[in-house]
Design a protein around this ligand. Structure first.
Ligand code: ADP
Ligand code: MG
Length: 244
């Protein structure tokens, strides 16, 4: 069964990602602190000790995963919308993910053309990373991740295809919903929310085609930046870091 979904219009209410980050990270840190405090009790049996330790570690891992989903490429300087070379940005993200792909026996293939789009570099890379990381995680026993760039009339198309576990119709519908994850403790359910938010800010759209046990294809459509002057239309800036 092939399922299609256009989702650029169906945005989540989370409007300020920057505000969410400190909130999202603080929760697991507070929990970890609480369990460490419990650990400090002298009368604690060994099995409880181990259990609390395990929970504290899981909470810290969660804080780390949230930072990965939001801030992998963040820099201290304020970001600006600039003309981005899609090929170069994808190559950068593939480089970052290569060790993770190798660990999962995932082969990355790409066919890239240096078209340009307008956006903030960190956010665009974050968006590509979140999508490709999900693709690799969907192939725990190996597979192929394909990244293909093409051009339409006025848009650049980026197609990211995996041969992984795929998604049901219900899962596709919930994609991008905050905290929706099928990865249990290892998932944040925030990666795709960040993706939708960034693509929306760039004036683009997302299409998902997925089939259970076959794989998933995620297509991004972004306005083509022909020349700097011709596209003087300001792209709304997206605050991912600093104070919202
Ligand atoms: P997380 O990766 O932390 O679970 P995301 O927001 O990145 O959160 O993804 C949400 C959910 O969407 C995942 O848990 C998974 O069920 C599903 N998903 C996303 N991308 C894929 C994919 N390429 N293949 C299969 N399922 C996917
Ligand atoms: Mg993810």
């Amino acid at each position: 069964l092939r399922k299609r979904l256009m989702r650029a219009e169906k945005m989540e209410v989370v409007s300020h990602l920057a505000a969410s980050i400190s909130h999202e990270v603080r929760n697991p840190l507070t929990a970890a602190r609480g369990f460490m405090q419990l650990l400090a009790q002298s009368q604690l049996p060994m099995d409880k000790r181990k259990q609390y330790m395990q929970i504290a570690i899981e909470e810290i891992d969660r804080a780390e995963a949230i930072i990965t989903d939001y801030l992998t490429f963040a820099k201290p300087s304020p970001e600006q919308v600039e003309k981005l070379n899609v090929k170069a940005e994808i190559e950068r993200v593939i480089d970052v993910l290569r060790p993770f792909a190798n660990m999962n026996s995932v082969e990355i293939r790409s066919s890239l053309i240096p078209f340009h789009v307008f956006g903030e570099r960190d956010k665009f890379q974050q968006c590509l990373l979140n999508i490709m990381k999900n693709s690799i995680e969907a192939m725990p026993n190996g597979g192929t991740l394909d990244v293909y760039v093409s051009i339409g009339q006025d848009e650049v198309l980026i197609r990211i295809t995996d041969t992984g576990i795929g998604m049901t119709k219900e899962q596709i519908e919930r994609l991008g919903e905050p905290y929706f994850t099928t990865k249990g403790m290892k998932g944040t359910g925030l990666g795709m929310m960040v993706v939708y938010r960034i693509i929306e800010s760039m004036g683009g759209s997302i299409e998902i085609i997925s089939e259970v046990n076959k794989g998933t294809e995620i297509s991004l459509s972004l306005p083509l930046a022909k020349t700097v002057a011709a596209s003087a239309k300001p792209v709304r800036s997206l605050a991912l870091k600093g104070k919202g």
